[in-house]
Design a protein around this ligand. Structure first.
Ligand SMILES: [Ca+2]
Length: 355
């Protein structure tokens, strides 16, 4: 049993150690507040993308079946020879799949795009695993010579960690007010997943070109033979000015434009020229036109007859983008072909579906 002290002891002023102990008590509360704030900021940032969700299914138009001349003879080798192709009727989305439509898919399924996933180390054997973060390619304007030694990648493409469909120009950017812009940073695999969810599919390359021509026969552009901007009329979102240094935006937009910003083609399809590249279902074969079947060609069985210096099989992309400058990438025309690996994404690549 403890003894009581003989004399009462005056209360001592709070010692520094007691103040410190109060702080220790407050610390967990401060931590909780801090974590809650971080979560809220993170949630808000994520939510900007999902808040754009537009549950209205994309509008589609019927594309009649028919026979047309596919390709062109005054372009690169892979667009030759011009050959007759017959395509069965189908329906096509009138616009590129928008941010709102893609957000509705992500909201419904929880789908995570390839650009949001940690990259597969096997694909990047020379990378530091600790530094291997999810990334996507973002165009960065710069004043550099257009033409470079063979095999040297264009320096204006940067692999930006945190760039994806939610953050098109990088982690600090978002989709506020961009519901009607095309969803970009979409890999072929992402586009295919969306199409399956929507009960649709990606167009074949032949369907895409037939639809892009809008009922016209062997015309250079989706609208005829007049160049874009002729007579002050802009019919597609491409690049004007000095590529890759400065996009003057003479056509109304430097960068992506909301869908339906330019007139539709003869079938009522918007942005089949420029704005964002669109994935097709076909594997890419530079010599496919030499031996492709006449009726409903679907591309080669695989991408193994792909491109020299590019070991990975490639999928076809069509339509060009806001980065198509006449002096560098004249591919916002219906005959022009392009390709990229199916797991590649960039801020100029999206898609639309058919059924
Ligand atoms: Ca433009």
């Amino acid at each position: 049993m403890s003894k009581k002290p003989k004399h009462s002891v005056p209360a001592a002023p709070a010692a520094p150690s007691s103040r410190a102990s109060k702080l220790w008590f407050a610390l967990p509360a401060l931590l909780v507040i801090l974590i809650a704030a971080l979560v809220a900021v993170g949630w808000q940032r994520e939510d900007v993308a999902l808040r754009q969700a537009d549950p209205t299914p994309p509008e589609m138009v019927p594309i009649p079946g028919g026979t047309f001349w596919m390709g062109r003879d005054d372009g690169p080798d892979d667009e030759r020879p011009v050959h007759e192709v017959t395509v069965a009727p189908f329906q096509m989305d009138v616009t590129e799949v928008t941010v709102g439509q893609f957000a509705a898919f992500v909201k419904a399924t929880g789908y995570v795009t390839v650009a949001e996933r940690k990259p597969d180390l096997q694909k990047y054997p020379n990378a530091d695993p600790l530094k291997l973060e999810p990334f996507s390619a973002v165009f960065v304007p710069m004043d550099v010579p257009l033409h470079r030694p063979r095999g040297e990648p264009p320096p204006w493409w940067r692999y930006v960690p945190g760039a994806n469909w939610r953050h098109p120009e990088g982690p600090k950017t978002d989709l506020k007010g961009k519901k009607n812009y095309p969803a970009v940073h979409i890999c072929w695999e992402d586009a295919d997943a969306y199409a399956k969810w929507a009960g649709k599919r990606l167009p074949t390359e032949a369907e895409w070109e037939w639809a892009a021509r809008g009922g016209l026969d062997r015309k250079r552009y989706c609208w005829g033979d007049q160049p874009n901007g002729d007579g002050g009329v802009w019919r597609a979102n491409a690049f004007q000015g000095r590529f890759p240094a400065e996009d003057s935006g003479a056509d109304g937009f430097a960068g992506l434009a909301p869908v339906k910003s330019y007139p539709p083609n003869g079938y009522g399809l918007y942005d089949m020229s420029g704005n964002a590249w669109e994935w097709c279902s076909d594997w890419y074969d530079p010599k496919y036109y030499v031996h492709s079947p006449k009726d409903n060609p679907k591309g080669p069985d695989d991408g193994t007859r792909g491109v020299e210096d590019e070991p990975q099989p490639q999928k076809v992309r069509r339509g060009g983008s806001f980065l198509c400058a006449d002096e560098y990438c004249y591919r916002y025309i219906p005959a022009a072909r392009d390709k990229n690996p199916p797991d590649s994404s960039a801020n100029h690549t999206g898609f639309r579906c058919v059924k």
